[in-house]
Design a protein around this ligand. Structure first.
Ligand code: AMP
Length: 287
């Protein structure tokens, strides 16, 4: 039976009780509207830990002005059902004021990793992410925490924060779950019209083109990038970036890829919907 907790202090006590019982805790932080991508994290947590804890909180701090905080899907009841079916011990779904009471003024911020890619296009986003994730880690206590590679920059930033601040957390990164046509699952896919949904496949086409060139030995970052960019340019309304970066520091690569490690990262718009995706070339499965 999944217990649903709204109060942060009660959530902390429940996590402490699990550990006092000798159980390892697996934390899956989400903003809800759970789909198969989130649920793959839950299932991995189930395999790897004794008690799974899912948090559902649409974090206002990580949305910029004019972004989709208000219209972001909120489906707590079905989220809890999905958790129940997967034997989740606890769902933590706090109210906004419980996490950010009046007078809240403390933030956690990672260094140069947040200045790149998403950081350029969504100023303040990662500061919101690392602040809420720190709060969730502090409430949960020592645990394994599961994050998707779909939000690769976020994963790297959380890993860096945990290392830099000696947090008692084991971060686990998990592969991106995709639709049959290659589109990465995202709560934001719900915003797409039928026509936009069709056009959204172009990201997977771009990633595939770069991946197949990589498999054939192409190591020029500029050529890999333009192969990926072509279908996205044709189908999307605008592109924030299509770039080749190094998978550790997310620094932009141009010319020959020196160390045999490269990641392709994409952010692009269809109408008012912004989609992101990525692929570590030669490592992640080709969509
Ligand atoms: P969100 O609810 O969008 O904040 O996502 C919560 C967690 O689920 C994050 O760690 C995401 O990276 C992960 N996630 C979202 N979409 C996917 C996906 N398609 N495949 C795997 N993980 C995902």
């Amino acid at each position: 039976m999944t217990e649903v907790v709204h109060d942060p202090a009660a959530f902390r006590r429940a996590c402490e009780a699990l550990r006092a019982d000798g159980k390892s805790v697996g934390l899956v932080p989400t903003m809800g509207a759970l789909h198969a991508g989130h649920l793959s994290l839950v299932e991995q947590a189930r395999r790897q830990t004794d008690a799974v804890v899912v948090t559902v909180f649409v974090n206002p701090l990580q949305f910029g002005p004019g972004e989709d905080y208000q219209r972001y899907p909120r489906t707590l009841e079905t989220d809890v059902q999905a958790c129940e079916q997967r034997d989740v011990a606890l769902v933590f779904a706090p109210a906004r004021d419980a996490m950010y009471p009046s007078g809240f003024q403390t933030h956690v911020e990672v260094g140069t990793l947040i200045e790149r890619l998403e950081g350029i296009h969504r100023p303040g986003h990662f500061r919101g992410v690392t602040t809420i994730v720190t709060k969730l880690f502090n409430l949960t206590g020592p645990c394994y925490a599961f994050f998707g590679r779909k939000d690769y920059q976020q994963l790297r930033i959380v890993q860096r924060m945990v290392r830099d601040l000696d947090m008692p957390i084991e971060v686990v990164g998990r592969p991106t779950v995709r639709e049959q046509d290659g589109l990465a699952l995202s709560s934001r896919n719900h915003y797409l019209s039928a026509d936009q949904r069709e056009r959204a496949q172009a990201i997977a086409h771009g990633l595939r083109a770069a991946a197949s060139a990589w498999a054939q030995g192409e190591r020029d970052a500029d050529r890999l990038r333009s192969l990926a960019r072509e279908p996205i340019d044709a189908a999307f309304d605008s592109i924030d970036y299509v770039a080749i970066v190094d998978p550790d520091e997310l620094e932009m690569r141009t010319g020959p890829v020196a160390d045999e490690r490269a990641m392709i990262v994409v952010a692009a718009h269809l109408g008012s919907t912004r989609l992101i995706d990525n692929l570590e070339l030669g490592v992640d499965p080709v969509p």
